[in-house]
Design a protein around this ligand. Sequence first.
Ligand SMILES: [Zn+2]
Length: 79
Amino acid sequence: MTDDYTDYEVDFFQAVDRNTTAEQSIFDALMSIRDDQYYTLFEIEAEHTCGWARVQVFPERAGTLYRCMKCGMAGIIGG
Ligand SMILES: [Zn+2]
């Protein structure tokens, strides 16, 4: 980050970075799943924005739905 950004902007970009890192962590944890785990709901361990947490995932071919069991955040990671 450079001084060209205001605190308001830095806060925004850091939040995006944290979320992107967390989604990458979830994505990495799904690299080795079996075919029969698609379209089923199960839990993995991943480093979320709130720290290491159990995360519910529902992998679909087009993306992965997830919900953090610790902070409750849910979303979709595009495939
Ligand atoms: Zn979380």
